[in-house]
Design a protein. Structure first.
Length: 273
């Protein structure tokens, strides 16, 4: 066991050395998926997977801070997850409350600002109050931001923003011609914050399951077959290294190594016109 730990540390150090410190994503979004399958594979109730998932999240928050990433946005419960058996839903909601109660002082000590994103109205009052006080307590923390998406759905978020804009427009606060991407973005639950450069999804599913539909427009996507409860700092570093090998073009083209070749072709075209 001791040897395993030393080996893990060594692997982490090796991978950390491969990181380009100049190209660390400032904002990483994660779809933490695969808790249930992890538990079922082990012959355990699905809730064991959710419990293990919490300790993995703690490790990944530490790993994010270590590499100087500034914002982590994690998908904890979607607007669609209510259709699960009510016992599992209740377990998850209780888990959020239990974990937040237990961890909030350490979160604050670590100078982490915590924010919950989603429609919190159907949550129990005790959890809503805890969320409110946790957000207020950590509001001025500057080192790191942790966004937890609970009862979050990208479509619901976009519809809500459209409604807010319609209300402002019909009351004359804004004109229809004022509506642009920036204004729309500012009405989203993420409040105009910087889009994630990287989306990680665990458990191999190749879909975004209604997560951050607007904000992920140009994010790099990294999908791993590793189930969330098995995800580690090493897997996280692998995702960042993969991200750093991507060529982000945003609709443009790769920088040209043979610009004069391209130029001479275009000028030959105009001569022949
Ligand atoms: C992700 O794991 C956690 C939540 C959606 C709450 P799942 O519970 O979706 O696990 P799988 O995908 O069924 O294995
Ligand atoms: C997405 O996972 C939601 C969270 C991780 C909270 P799901 O397990 O709900 O997604 P689907 O059903 O496989 O698309
Ligand atoms: Mg799932």
């Amino acid at each position: 066991m001791r040897f395993n730990n030393l080996q893990t540390k060594k692997n982490n150090i090796n991978l950390s050395n491969e990181l380009d410190k100049e190209r660390i994503p400032e904002h990483i979004a994660i779809i933490m998926d695969g808790n249930g399958r992890w538990a079922t594979k082990k012959g355990l109730p699905r809730s064991f997977g959710h419990n293990k998932g919490v300790s993995v999240l703690k490790e990944i928050i530490k790993a994010s801070k270590n590499i100087d990433c500034k914002v982590l946005t994690v998908y904890a419960f979607s607007t669609e997850n209510w259709i699960r058996p009510s016992k599992e839903v209740d377990f998850l909601i209780n888990l959020f409350e239990k974990v937040l109660k237990k961890e909030i002082s350490e979160i604050h000590q670590e100078s982490i600002k915590i924010k919950f994103i989603g429609d919190l109205s159907p949550l129990p009052n005790s959890l809503k109050l805890l969320i409110k006080s946790s957000e207020a307590l950590t509001n001025n923390n500057k080192k790191f931001t942790l966004n937890i998406c609970v009862n979050y759905g990208g479509r619901q978020e976009i519809v809500k923003a459209a409604k807010e804009i319609a209300i402002k427009s019909s009351s004359g606060k804004i004109k229809p011609s004022d509506i642009d991407e920036q204004l729309f973005n500012s009405e989203l639950l993420t409040n105009g914050s910087k889009d994630p450069e990287l989306l990680i999804r665990t458990s191999g599913e190749k879909r975004i399951s209604n997560f951050l539909l607007w904000q992920l427009a140009y994010s790099e996507i990294y999908i791993t077959d590793v189930l969330w409860p098995d995800f580690t700092e090493i897997e996280f570093l692998k995702a960042i290294i993969d991200y750093q090998s991507r060529n982000r073009r945003f609709g443009g083209i790769e920088s040209l190594s043979n610009e004069s070749f391209e130029d001479s072709y275009y000028s030959s075209l105009s001569k022949n016109d």
